[in-house]
Unconditional design. Structure first.
Length: 121
């Protein structure tokens, strides 16, 4: 149980620290990773959904046994983003910096899967 608590706590805090500043970086993101953002509703919608998941991670960290069924969704959340970035990188559509974020998400997805298993034991 301690493993699951720590994994979800660290993931939630890390996610909040990484994602929250994006609310203030729309223009910079468009400059650093062209083209400029043409649909800000997707940009801000993505950030909002990701932030909601970070809060869910923190909720799970407080009581992993109670929220064990939700852990399956967290594994999908991490693997879906990570695998998409691997595919995009393979197609030459994103830079290595972005892929590294996908690698971090994939590692977290694996830790979430292990936490799910350990909480069930």
């Amino acid at each position: 149980m301690k493993f699951a608590k720590w994994v979800y706590l660290v993931a939630g805090i890390y996610g909040l620290l990484i994602v929250t500043p994006l609310y203030f970086l729309e223009t910079k993101t468009g400059i650093d990773y062209p083209p400029p953002i043409n649909h800000p509703e997707y940009y801000y919608g993505f950030i909002g959904v990701v932030l909601a998941w970070q809060v869910a991670f923190l909720i799970i960290a407080r009581d992993p046994k109670r929220y064990r069924p939700l852990m399956l969704a967290t594994v999908i959340e991490k693997y879906s983003y990570g695998s998409a970035l691997f595919l995009l990188y393979g197609q030459g559509r994103i830079v290595m910096t972005i892929l590294i974020l996908g690698i971090i998400d994939t590692v977290l997805g694996t830790l979430f899967a292990l936490a799910y298993q350990k909480v069930g034991d």
